[in-house]
Write a protein that binds this ligand. Structure first.
Ligand SMILES: C[S@@+](CC[C@H](N)C(=O)[O-])C[C@H]1O[C@@H](n2cnc3c(N)ncnc32)[C@H](O)[C@@H]1O
Length: 241
């Protein structure tokens, strides 16, 4: 499990909140199957399929929870990414949480995804959110909810996206498209103080990196990222201050 798990409750709650009641849900890379168990206990989900990448990982999970009979509404399956899921599962929601954005993109890029129908995606990437948002924008998904949480000094992003017929480029009167991919088209308009705090910390970190005097490609990247952080901070709504 990832960092900040001692406060996994709040992080998992952000996922739960983005799952419509009565959904049939697949939790890909479920680890301890905490999310499916909450979804079923609270009757938020009608059915959950909890997957792990290898049979060995699934066995470990089964050992942990297997002492109790599983409800008929919870299935455990082994396989890489979308491989264990079938069109006949009639899924409404795919959850990918606690993996790097690159891993999530690799899983979602599988041709198996289209066979699963038009599922809502509920995603909690670890790092590189721009990679994930760029993939969503380029694959006809519209982000309908974004939440940033600070839990014991770590920031956790959760977002929900639904399939959308047309390309829906994110736009903003001031920010560039790349800024929106980094900052989140909904988060930049949210007025949430956590978003300002995140970008203030980013700006501070990038200023230090730049001042550390890296002259090569690293320094150039830090300068560009610093300028982006400054633009984002200036564009955040001020009425919540
Ligand atoms: C850090 S844990 C997160 C567990 C849970 N989703 C959560 O957010 O609390 C990441 C899990 O994803 C699983 N995983 C990584 N790559 C995967 C893949 N390609 N397919 C299925 N599971 C994967 C790992 O085995 C691990 O249990």
């Amino acid at each position: 499990m990832g960092r900040g798990e001692s406060n996994g409750g709040a992080r998992l709650r952000a996922l739960v909140d983005m799952i419509p009641e009565g959904s049939r849900v697949a939790d890909i890379g479920t680890d301890h199957a905490l999310l499916p168990r909450i979804l079923l206990e609270e009757r938020r989900a009608a059915h959950c399929i909890a997957t792990e990448i290898t049979p060995a990982a699934l066995d470990r999970l089964q050992d942990r929870i297997g002492r109790f009979p599983l409800p008929a509404t919870l299935e455990l399956r082994a396989g890489d990414g979308l491989a264990p899921l079938l069109p006949s599962d009639r899924l409404d929601v795919l959850v990918l949480a606690g993996m790097g954005a690159g891993t999530q993109v690799a899983i979602l890029s599988s041709p198996l995804r289209t066979g699963l129908g038009s599922c809502r995606l509920v995603l909690q990437p670890q790092g590189e959110p721009a990679v994930l948002r760029r993939w969503l924008a380029g694959n006809h998904y519209r982000i309908i909810a974004e939440r940033l949480q600070e839990i014991r000094g770590f920031f956790h992003l959760t977002l929900a996206a639904i399939p959308h017929q047309r390309e829906s480029p994110a736009d903003h009167p001031v920010l560039f498209s790349e800024d929106l991919m980094a900052a989140g088209p909904l988060l930049v308009r949210s007025g949430d103080p956590v978003v300002r705090r995140f970008w203030e910390i980013q700006l501070h970190r990038l200023r230090r990196l730049e001042a550390a005097g890296a002259r090569g490609a690293g320094g150039k990247q830090a300068a560009e990222d610093r300028q982006q952080a400054k633009r984002v901070l200036e564009a955040l709504p001020t009425d919540a201050l």
